[in-house]
Design a protein around this ligand. Sequence first.
Ligand SMILES: Cc1ncc(C[n+]2csc(CCOP(=O)(O)OP(=O)(O)O)c2C)c(N)n1
Ligand code: SF4
Length: 283
Amino acid sequence: MALIEKTKVELGKAHPLDKYLRIERIPTLWCPGCGLGVSLAALLKAIDRRVKEGVLDPKKIVFVTGIGCTARTSFYVGFDAAHTLHGRAVAFATGAKLANPKLELIVLGGDGDIAGIGGNHLIHAARRNMDLLVIMNTNFIYAMTGGQLAPTTPPGLYTTTTPQGSREKPMNVIKLLAAFEVNYVARGSSIYPQLLEQYYYKALGMRGFRFIEVVSTCPEVFGRHIGYRDPVTLYDELKKRVKVKTKPSIEESSLDWDRGIIIGEYIVNDYPGYIELIMGGKK
Ligand SMILES: Cc1ncc(C[n+]2csc(CCOP(=O)(O)OP(=O)(O)O)c2C)c(N)n1
Ligand code: SF4
């Protein structure tokens, strides 16, 4: 047996979370030091806990992604999955949920995908309190396409579309979503995977619109632009900037690379989701 095939077979038996992966697609295309693998592992652990509790049925979980490094996740998970258009994952997931309300829709995307090109869909899903879990990976850059300005890029940073340094202010999606009656808004980080797992776990047991921003590392593109190309150095730099807080206020939510980024649970509600509203309480 060729070494790579042997490794894949062994991988399939090696870890209790392998059952949620398409082992034949592993290894991923993610670069060494990318936070995406850490974040996915935390999500799969949270899903596993909810499956074991009987809250989630793996056959009813559907991942929906747009395009980007983050969006590649739909290739790797062993659930039903749709790799859709850049920016349109929330709209696609909304359609899937309306067509079959028994599905648990998990949308994953980069900050460009979810808050940039997909921003309008995000707003309206939040306005409806649509029953979706939306996970946005904030790596401060358009990574897959080589380093263009993202809605979250720190001011002054060189990107391929801002060669003189960005003059734009980063978008605070947490504050944007606070304008709506959504059920869950948290910000975690791949730096703190156990905390991230807790947020995922909690959100997976809730109804309505749930949003988790994951502040993550992209040494290959963002790291290169900011001068921390080495994965360990970027990890250490992000760790210095990320501060954990219990019940932070919306006023503390700015995405400020220089002054620090507060992670925690910003909004927790239990309003009826859109599906319950249109089905008169029956789900
Ligand atoms: C409609 C459309 N516009 C642009 C692109 C090119 N494109 C692919 S991924 C991407 C941005 C990726 O950045 P982000 O969404 O932040 O995800 P990341 O790669 O950082 O995870 C762009 C602009 C596309 N595929 N489709
Ligand atoms: S380019 Fe960045 S976000 Fe994409 S896989 Fe590499 S490290 Fe991760």
